[in-house]
Design a protein around this ligand. Structure first.
Ligand SMILES: Nc1ncnc2c1ncn2[C@@H]1O[C@@H]2COP(=O)(O)O[C@H]2[C@H]1O
Length: 254
Protein backbone atom coordinates (compact mmCIF):
# COMPACT_ATOMS: atom_id res chain seq x y z
CA UNK A 1 0.00 0.00 0.00
CA UNK A 2 1.14 3.50 -0.73
CA UNK A 3 0.04 6.40 1.46
CA UNK A 4 0.49 9.95 0.18
CA UNK A 5 -0.11 13.02 2.32
CA UNK A 6 -2.43 15.43 0.50
CA UNK A 7 -2.85 17.71 3.50
CA UNK A 8 -1.62 17.67 7.08
CA UNK A 9 -2.16 21.19 8.39
CA UNK A 10 -4.58 22.41 11.03
CA UNK A 11 -5.43 25.37 8.80
CA UNK A 12 -5.12 27.07 5.45
CA UNK A 13 -3.05 29.72 3.73
CA UNK A 14 0.08 29.60 1.59
CA UNK A 15 0.81 25.97 0.90
CA UNK A 16 -1.19 24.70 3.88
CA UNK A 17 -3.81 22.05 3.16
CA UNK A 18 -6.08 20.42 5.73
CA UNK A 19 -6.05 16.73 6.48
CA UNK A 20 -6.27 14.08 3.82
CA UNK A 21 -4.23 10.97 3.04
CA UNK A 22 -4.47 9.20 -0.32
CA UNK A 23 -4.12 5.42 0.02
CA UNK A 24 -3.15 3.74 -3.25
CA UNK A 25 -5.36 5.36 -5.90
CA UNK A 26 -8.79 4.70 -4.51
CA UNK A 27 -9.00 5.43 -0.77
CA UNK A 28 -8.94 8.68 1.15
CA UNK A 29 -8.46 8.98 4.88
CA UNK A 30 -10.29 12.23 5.57
CA UNK A 31 -11.24 14.68 2.88
CA UNK A 32 -9.73 18.04 3.78
CA UNK A 33 -8.64 20.77 1.38
CA UNK A 34 -5.61 18.78 0.17
CA UNK A 35 -7.99 16.76 -2.00
CA UNK A 36 -8.43 19.84 -4.22
CA UNK A 37 -4.87 19.37 -5.53
CA UNK A 38 -5.73 16.02 -7.15
CA UNK A 39 -6.23 15.92 -10.93
CA UNK A 40 -9.76 15.27 -12.14
CA UNK A 41 -8.75 11.74 -13.26
CA UNK A 42 -7.38 11.07 -9.76
CA UNK A 43 -10.64 12.26 -8.19
CA UNK A 44 -12.54 9.83 -10.43
CA UNK A 45 -10.56 6.89 -9.03
CA UNK A 46 -11.56 7.52 -5.39
CA UNK A 47 -13.96 4.76 -4.34
CA UNK A 48 -13.78 5.02 -0.53
CA UNK A 49 -13.46 7.87 1.96
CA UNK A 50 -12.78 6.96 5.59
CA UNK A 51 -13.57 9.87 7.91
CA UNK A 52 -12.06 10.28 11.36
CA UNK A 53 -14.71 12.79 12.46
CA UNK A 54 -17.11 15.45 11.22
CA UNK A 55 -15.07 18.64 11.66
CA UNK A 56 -14.92 20.82 8.58
CA UNK A 57 -11.15 20.68 8.13
CA UNK A 58 -11.49 16.90 7.66
CA UNK A 59 -14.62 16.79 5.48
CA UNK A 60 -14.40 20.10 3.59
CA UNK A 61 -14.07 18.66 0.09
CA UNK A 62 -16.30 15.59 0.45
CA UNK A 63 -19.44 17.43 -0.75
CA UNK A 64 -17.61 18.84 -3.77
CA UNK A 65 -15.87 15.53 -4.51
CA UNK A 66 -19.16 13.67 -4.84
CA UNK A 67 -20.72 16.45 -6.90
CA UNK A 68 -17.68 16.64 -9.20
CA UNK A 69 -17.35 12.94 -10.02
CA UNK A 70 -20.59 11.32 -8.84
CA UNK A 71 -22.48 11.24 -12.13
CA UNK A 72 -19.44 9.92 -14.01
CA UNK A 73 -18.89 6.94 -11.72
CA UNK A 74 -20.32 3.44 -12.13
CA UNK A 75 -20.51 2.82 -8.37
CA UNK A 76 -21.39 5.08 -5.46
CA UNK A 77 -18.59 6.77 -3.56
CA UNK A 78 -18.59 5.04 -0.17
CA UNK A 79 -18.10 7.13 2.97
CA UNK A 80 -17.00 5.04 5.95
CA UNK A 81 -17.32 6.67 9.37
CA UNK A 82 -18.66 6.06 12.85
CA UNK A 83 -22.48 6.09 12.95
CA UNK A 84 -22.41 9.29 15.05
CA UNK A 85 -20.30 11.01 12.40
CA UNK A 86 -22.59 9.85 9.59
CA UNK A 87 -25.58 11.17 11.56
CA UNK A 88 -23.90 14.58 11.79
CA UNK A 89 -23.17 14.58 8.05
CA UNK A 90 -26.78 13.71 7.24
CA UNK A 91 -28.17 16.36 9.59
CA UNK A 92 -25.76 19.20 8.92
CA UNK A 93 -24.12 18.77 5.51
CA UNK A 94 -26.13 16.55 3.16
CA UNK A 95 -29.42 18.11 4.29
CA UNK A 96 -30.46 19.91 1.06
CA UNK A 97 -29.61 23.24 2.75
CA UNK A 98 -25.85 23.17 2.96
CA UNK A 99 -25.56 20.55 0.19
CA UNK A 100 -27.90 18.16 -1.63
CA UNK A 101 -28.39 14.68 -0.18
CA UNK A 102 -26.34 12.65 -2.63
CA UNK A 103 -27.38 9.43 -0.86
CA UNK A 104 -30.70 9.71 -2.71
CA UNK A 105 -29.43 11.26 -5.97
CA UNK A 106 -30.37 10.28 -8.60
CA UNK A 107 -32.36 7.77 -6.51
CA UNK A 108 -32.05 5.54 -3.44
CA UNK A 109 -31.29 2.42 -5.49
CA UNK A 110 -28.21 3.73 -7.30
CA UNK A 111 -27.08 6.80 -5.36
CA UNK A 112 -23.86 8.73 -5.95
CA UNK A 113 -22.94 8.49 -2.26
CA UNK A 114 -23.35 5.61 0.16
CA UNK A 115 -22.70 5.83 3.91
CA UNK A 116 -21.18 2.83 5.64
CA UNK A 117 -20.89 2.81 9.44
CA UNK A 118 -17.69 1.58 11.08
CA UNK A 119 -17.09 0.62 14.70
CA UNK A 120 -14.03 0.95 16.89
CA UNK A 121 -12.14 -2.33 16.76
CA UNK A 122 -13.75 -3.28 13.46
CA UNK A 123 -11.74 -3.98 10.32
CA UNK A 124 -12.82 -3.07 6.79
CA UNK A 125 -11.31 -5.38 4.17
CA UNK A 126 -10.78 -3.98 0.69
CA UNK A 127 -9.12 -6.78 -1.25
CA UNK A 128 -5.92 -7.61 0.64
CA UNK A 129 -6.00 -4.23 2.36
CA UNK A 130 -7.24 -3.88 5.93
CA UNK A 131 -8.42 -0.68 7.53
CA UNK A 132 -8.80 -1.09 11.29
CA UNK A 133 -10.77 1.44 13.31
CA UNK A 134 -8.96 2.85 16.35
CA UNK A 135 -10.42 4.74 19.32
CA UNK A 136 -9.83 8.49 19.62
CA UNK A 137 -10.99 11.24 21.97
CA UNK A 138 -11.94 14.59 20.45
CA UNK A 139 -14.55 17.32 20.94
CA UNK A 140 -16.90 15.41 18.62
CA UNK A 141 -17.15 11.64 18.07
CA UNK A 142 -13.86 10.58 16.48
CA UNK A 143 -11.79 7.57 15.48
CA UNK A 144 -8.34 6.84 14.10
CA UNK A 145 -7.37 4.21 11.55
CA UNK A 146 -4.65 1.63 11.06
CA UNK A 147 -3.75 0.36 7.59
CA UNK A 148 -2.01 -2.80 6.50
CA UNK A 149 -2.00 -5.46 3.83
CA UNK A 150 -0.53 -8.29 5.89
CA UNK A 151 2.87 -6.73 6.66
CA UNK A 152 3.91 -3.53 8.37
CA UNK A 153 1.20 -1.19 9.65
CA UNK A 154 0.61 2.55 9.46
CA UNK A 155 -1.63 4.12 12.09
CA UNK A 156 -3.23 7.55 11.95
CA UNK A 157 -4.44 9.01 15.24
CA UNK A 158 -7.01 11.36 13.70
CA UNK A 159 -7.76 14.37 15.90
CA UNK A 160 -7.42 13.33 19.51
CA UNK A 161 -6.37 14.44 22.92
CA UNK A 162 -4.69 11.95 25.25
CA UNK A 163 -6.77 8.81 24.76
CA UNK A 164 -5.90 5.81 26.94
CA UNK A 165 -7.88 3.49 24.68
CA UNK A 166 -5.96 4.67 21.62
CA UNK A 167 -2.62 4.15 23.38
CA UNK A 168 -3.77 0.65 24.37
CA UNK A 169 -4.88 -0.10 20.79
CA UNK A 170 -1.58 1.20 19.35
CA UNK A 171 0.38 -0.95 21.79
CA UNK A 172 -1.65 -3.96 20.69
CA UNK A 173 -0.73 -3.58 17.02
CA UNK A 174 1.95 -5.92 15.72
CA UNK A 175 4.47 -4.50 13.23
CA UNK A 176 3.40 -0.89 13.71
CA UNK A 177 5.98 0.84 11.50
CA UNK A 178 4.57 4.34 11.18
CA UNK A 179 2.42 6.42 13.52
CA UNK A 180 0.98 9.67 12.21
CA UNK A 181 -0.20 11.52 15.29
CA UNK A 182 -1.44 15.02 15.90
CA UNK A 183 -0.21 17.99 17.90
CA UNK A 184 -2.35 21.01 17.05
CA UNK A 185 -1.48 23.73 19.53
CA UNK A 186 1.71 24.74 21.33
CA UNK A 187 2.22 24.29 25.05
CA UNK A 188 1.48 27.98 25.69
CA UNK A 189 -2.09 27.20 24.49
CA UNK A 190 -2.46 24.07 26.59
CA UNK A 191 -5.83 25.35 27.85
CA UNK A 192 -7.27 25.53 24.33
CA UNK A 193 -5.67 22.18 23.48
CA UNK A 194 -7.61 20.69 26.41
CA UNK A 195 -10.86 22.51 25.52
CA UNK A 196 -10.64 21.55 21.84
CA UNK A 197 -9.51 18.00 22.76
CA UNK A 198 -6.25 18.14 20.86
CA UNK A 199 -2.68 17.30 21.85
CA UNK A 200 -0.08 19.90 22.70
CA UNK A 201 3.56 18.80 22.33
CA UNK A 202 3.90 18.00 26.03
CA UNK A 203 0.69 15.95 25.89
CA UNK A 204 2.04 14.23 22.78
CA UNK A 205 5.26 13.46 24.64
CA UNK A 206 3.26 11.84 27.44
CA UNK A 207 1.61 9.61 24.82
CA UNK A 208 4.96 8.73 23.22
CA UNK A 209 6.30 7.81 26.67
CA UNK A 210 3.58 5.17 26.91
CA UNK A 211 4.15 3.52 23.51
CA UNK A 212 5.76 0.11 23.83
CA UNK A 213 6.69 -0.41 20.16
CA UNK A 214 9.18 1.55 18.10
CA UNK A 215 7.19 3.09 15.24
CA UNK A 216 8.53 6.05 13.29
CA UNK A 217 6.54 9.03 14.55
CA UNK A 218 5.25 11.75 12.22
CA UNK A 219 3.40 14.67 13.77
CA UNK A 220 0.50 16.33 11.96
CA UNK A 221 -2.18 19.03 12.28
CA UNK A 222 -0.04 22.00 13.32
CA UNK A 223 -2.06 25.24 13.45
CA UNK A 224 -0.27 27.35 10.82
CA UNK A 225 0.31 30.34 13.10
CA UNK A 226 2.27 28.18 15.54
CA UNK A 227 4.05 25.82 13.13
CA UNK A 228 7.59 26.88 14.06
CA UNK A 229 6.97 26.76 17.80
CA UNK A 230 5.22 23.41 17.46
CA UNK A 231 8.10 21.92 15.47
CA UNK A 232 10.58 23.09 18.10
CA UNK A 233 8.46 21.83 21.01
CA UNK A 234 7.68 18.47 19.38
CA UNK A 235 11.34 17.81 18.60
CA UNK A 236 12.48 18.74 22.11
CA UNK A 237 11.23 15.28 23.16
CA UNK A 238 13.87 13.53 25.26
CA UNK A 239 12.34 10.06 25.13
CA UNK A 240 13.14 6.91 23.15
CA UNK A 241 11.25 7.77 19.96
CA UNK A 242 12.21 10.52 17.50
CA UNK A 243 9.14 12.50 16.40
CA UNK A 244 9.41 14.15 12.98
CA UNK A 245 7.12 16.69 11.37
CA UNK A 246 4.74 15.20 8.78
CA UNK A 247 5.16 16.98 5.44
CA UNK A 248 2.65 17.58 2.70
CA UNK A 249 3.42 15.31 -0.26
CA UNK A 250 5.26 12.78 1.93
CA UNK A 251 4.74 9.11 0.94
CA UNK A 252 4.82 5.92 2.97
CA UNK A 253 4.95 2.34 1.69
CA UNK A 254 3.70 -0.58 3.76
N1 LIG B 1 -13.29 26.46 22.84
C1 LIG B 1 -12.99 25.78 21.74
N2 LIG B 1 -13.32 24.49 21.67
C2 LIG B 1 -13.04 23.78 20.56
N3 LIG B 1 -12.40 24.30 19.47
C3 LIG B 1 -12.04 25.58 19.51
C4 LIG B 1 -12.34 26.38 20.64
N4 LIG B 1 -11.88 27.60 20.38
C5 LIG B 1 -11.34 27.58 19.16
N5 LIG B 1 -11.42 26.36 18.62
C6 LIG B 1 -10.91 26.00 17.30
O1 LIG B 1 -11.93 25.38 16.51
C7 LIG B 1 -11.31 24.32 15.82
C8 LIG B 1 -12.20 23.24 15.31
O2 LIG B 1 -11.40 22.24 14.68
P1 LIG B 1 -10.18 21.63 15.47
O3 LIG B 1 -10.72 20.72 16.52
O4 LIG B 1 -9.19 21.09 14.51
O5 LIG B 1 -9.48 22.86 16.20
C9 LIG B 1 -10.35 23.75 16.86
C10 LIG B 1 -9.75 25.00 17.41
O6 LIG B 1 -8.70 25.45 16.58
Amino acid sequence: MKVRVLGCSGGIGGGARTTSLLVDEDILLDCGTGVGDLAFEELLRIDHVFLTHSHLDHIALLPMLVDTVGDLREQPLIVHAAEDTLRILRAHIFNWLVWPDFTVIPDRIRPMLRMQPVEVGGIVHLGARRIQVLPALHSVPAVGYCLDCGGDKLAFSGDTTVCDKQVEALNGLERLRYLLIEAALPDEHQGLAHAARHLSPSMLHSVLDRLTGDPEIFVTHFKPGYAETLEHEVQAYQGRLRPQVLLNGQCFHI
